[in-house]
Design a protein around this ligand. Structure first.
Ligand code: PGA
Length: 276
C-alpha cells in the first residue's frame, strides 16, 4: 500500500502521535554540564505536547535520571548481547538499569565510523526492545549515495533490515530518525521538502507492515537542526520531531526546537477538532 502523494499540504490523517524531540549529546559533557543543564530545564516550562528525550553519554545516564525531570532519558547505543565478554560495551538492560527508557540505535557515526552493519543494527534494536527500551532507529544516506540516486534504496534497505526483526506488536515502541549523513554536524540541513519526501517513504513502508501502528510511529528528522529551521521542518506532514545533536548542547536551543514541534502538535489538535 502506498500513499497518493509524498507532500500534500496539511494534515491528511489524524496526528495521533505526540512529537518527539530528542537531544543526542554524543561524546560531550561532564557532571558539571549535567548539573547546569538540569538547572536550566527546572527553570523552564517544558512543553507538554512534546515528548522530550535526552541521550547523554552512558556514564552520565544515572546522574540525569536521578534529576527526575519530566523527560525521557536515552542511551546512545546498546550491545546486541544481554551480557558477556564484550569489553567496553554496554547492554540494553544496563542502560535501562541506569534509568533510561530509550536508546538511539544505528547512528551513522557508528554505522560508518565503527563499521556497524545493517544486521548488527537490527540485532541491537531487537536487544533494546527485549530489555523494554523504546528505540530511535537511525537511517540515512551518505552524500555519495544521494548523488548516485540511491538515497531511497539505502534508507529502505536500512529500515527493512530492522523491521524484519521488530514484531508488529512492538512497532509502537520505535521511532525512526531520518538523518542524511551529509547533513549531520555540517550546518547543511535537508530542505523540508527533501526531508518530507523521505519521511513519506518511510511512513509508507511502516504502513505496509501495520497500517494502524504506522500512524503512531514518530519519524524524526536529524541533521543540523536549529531553532530556526525546526519551525519549517515542523510544518511537514510526516516530520514528527527531531533528533538534535549540536543544538541540544544548549538547553535554550533544545527547548526552542521543542517549542516549534509543540506548535505543530497544537495545530494538529485544532485541525482534528475542526474536522470532528
Ligand atoms: P547535528 O547531529 O544536529 O549536530 O547535525 C544530529 C545527530 O547526529 O543526531
Amino acid at each position: 500500500m502506498t500513499r497518493e502523494s509524498a507532500a500534500a499540504p496539511g494534515l491528511r490523517e489524524p496526528a495521533s502521535r505526540n512529537p518527539i524531540v530528542a537531544g543526542n549529546w554524543k561524546m560531550n559533557g561532564d557532571h558539571a554540564f549535567v548539573e547546569r543543564y538540569v538547572a536550566s530545564l527546572r527553570e523552564a516550562d517544558l512543553p507538554s505536547a512534546v515528548e522530550l528525550v535526552l541521550c547523554p553519554p552512558t556514564c552520565y545516564l544515572s546522574a540525569l535520571a536521578r534529576a527526575d525531570l519530566a523527560i525521557g532519558i536515552g542511551g546512545q547505543d546498546v550491545h546486541w548481547l544481554d551480557a558477556g565478554p564484550c569489553t567496553g560495551s554496554v547492554a540494553a538492560r544496563m542502560i535501562r538499569d541506569c534509568g533510561a527508557t530509550w536508546s538511539i540505535v544505528g547512528h551513522s557515526e557508528r554505522r560508518i565510523g565503527l563499521s556497524e552493519s545493517d544486521e548488527m543494527v537490527a540485532d541491537k534494536v531487537d536487544a533494546a526492545l527485549r530489555a523494554g527500551l523504546r528505540v530511535i532507529v537511525c537511517v540515512g544516506e551518505t552524500l555519495a549515495e544521494r548523488e548516485a540516486g540511491s538515497a531511497e534504496t539505502v534508507v529502505l534497505r536500512q529500515l527493512d533490515t530492522v523491521l524484519a526483526r521488530v514484531p508488529e506488536a512492538a512497532l509502537a515502541q520505535i521511532a525512526v530518525a531520518y538523518e542524511p549523513v551529509w547533513a549531520i554536524g555540517t550546518g547543511r540541513t535537508a530542505t523540508p521538502e527533501v526531508a518530507q519526501a523521505m519521511h513519506a517513504l518511510v511512513r509508507a513502508r511502516l504502513i505496509e507492515m501495520n497500517a494502524e501502528s504506522a500512524m503512531s510511529v514518530c519519524i524524526l528528522y536529524g541533521g543540523s537542526v536549529t531553532p530556526e529551521n525546526a519551525r519549517l521542518l515542523a510544518r511537514e506532514q510526516d516530520i514528527d520531531g527531531a533528533l538534535v545533536g549540536g543544538a541540544s548542547l544548549d538547553p535554550g536551543d533544545f527547548l526552542r526546537i521543542a517549542g516549534a514541534f509543540a506548535e505543530r502538535a497544537t495545530g494538529a489538535l485544532q485541525s482534528r477538532a475542526a474536522g470532528a
